[in-house]
Design a protein around this ligand. Structure first.
Ligand code: HMG
Ligand code: MG
Length: 301
């Protein structure tokens, strides 16, 4: 078995993490958090979203946060955008990278975006077209790829077909979201076998929520399959308020620790990551949901 020498980590905590918190943190706290993450060596930090503040009030300050952070020239700072209104708001503050989202599940599309899957693809097409004109890069998310809290099983073939549509539209990367964490290693392999017939592996990322404690072993399976991009979230923050059962993402500290142990480079400094994870956990009044952070953190902080 040969693993990739280098893995790209996409940090999603400021968006996926903070969107799911019952308390709304002030913009200066989010800015301080992202500034800490920017010093860790992470190549990509998904900063916020420009979605409806009625749907996600936790991130209603996206413009202030994006403008307030100290941008490290080595880091890419994408924001999540659901429609043209979100894109226009992102353009107004100089965003250079966005992420769009859809799903193979009709029911989840209705719950999360108030539209059908087809309608969501129309919205995305419009967004991508404008983004291209503005030289903004677009990443695509597919949610509920291994199961939906409303529809149950999802056919891998459908994931592949929609992934291919996003790629053809012009998304530079397709992130496969196990939103409710129902994946297990055989399911991951089957999914990647089917999806990689539609979307070449080099364009695929995995985005695993850890609801059943399977995220790390699922990532290992994805690495065996040749995946080179992993989404994760410091302190295990994360979840989608519109997906019942979606809890934290896999913790970035745990992923980096595992990859370090496998001799796979990430460019990420685990100590700095632990500092950022402890900072945000303290702000939220709890301990980090990362075994690695808990085991090593006291000595570092
Ligand atoms: P809607 O209610 O159908 O939208 O929501 P609408 O077009 O009818 O507009 C309703 C109101 O929202 C209007 O305001 C619009 O102006 C406003 P009003 O006239 O009532 O005052 N509005 C906006 N305001 C700011 N920014 C915008 C925007 N759009 C409309 N962009 C909509 C449709 C898509 C907007 C809504 O459903 C929405 O915002 N959904 C986002 C939900 C969300 O963020 N979910 C979490 C992210 S996805 C995720 O976590 C999964 C992922 O992590 C991968 C995985 O784990 O699987 C990515
Ligand atoms: Mg997610």
């Amino acid at each position: 078995m040969t693993f990739p020498h280098h893995i790209k980590i996409v940090e999603v905590s400021p968006r996926d993490g903070l969107q799911n918190e019952s308390q709304i943190l002030p913009a200066p706290v989010k800015i301080e958090f992202i500034n800490l993450l920017s010093q860790t060596g992470l190549p990509v930090i998904e900063t916020t979203s420009f979605v409806s503040p009625k749907w996600i009030p936790q991130l209603a300050d996206g413009s202030d946060v994006y403008q307030g952070i100290q941008k490290n020239p080595k880091v890419v700072y994408p924001v999540l955008v659901p429609n043209m209104k979100g894109l226009e708001a992102a353009i107004a503050v100089g965003v250079k990278d966005i992420a769009v989202f859809t799903t193979p599940s009709e029911a989840f599309s209705q719950k999360n975006a108030n539209c059908s899957v087809t309608e969501s693809l129309h919205r995305i097409a419009e967004v991508v077209e404008m983004a291209k004109k503005k030289r903004i890069r677009v990443r695509g998310y597919l949610s509920c790829v291994l199961g939906c809290p409303y529809e149950g099983k999802i056919a891998p073939e459908k994931v592949g077909e929609i992934g291919e549509i996003l790629l053809r539209m012009g998304c530079y990367e397709i992130s496969l979201g196990d939103t409710i964490g129902v994946g297990t290693p055989p399911k991951i392999k089957r999914l990647l076998e089917v999806v990689s017939r539609h979307v070449p592996l080099k364009y695929l990322a995995v985005h695993f929520h850890d609801t059943y404690g399977q995220a790390l072993v699922n990532i290992y399976s994805a690495l065996e399959f040749g995946i080179g991009i992993i989404d994760s979230s410091v302190a295990g923050l994360g979840g989608c308020p519109y997906a019942k059962g979606a809890s934290g993402n896999v913790a970035t500290e745990d992923v980096v620790h595992m990859l370090n142990g496998m001799g796979i480079e990430t460019g990420v400094d685990l100590k700095q990551l632990i500092v950022a994870g402890r900072f945000i956990s303290k702000q939220l009044g709890r301990i980090p949901q990362s075994k690695v952070n808990l085991a090593l953190g006291e000595a570092i902080a």
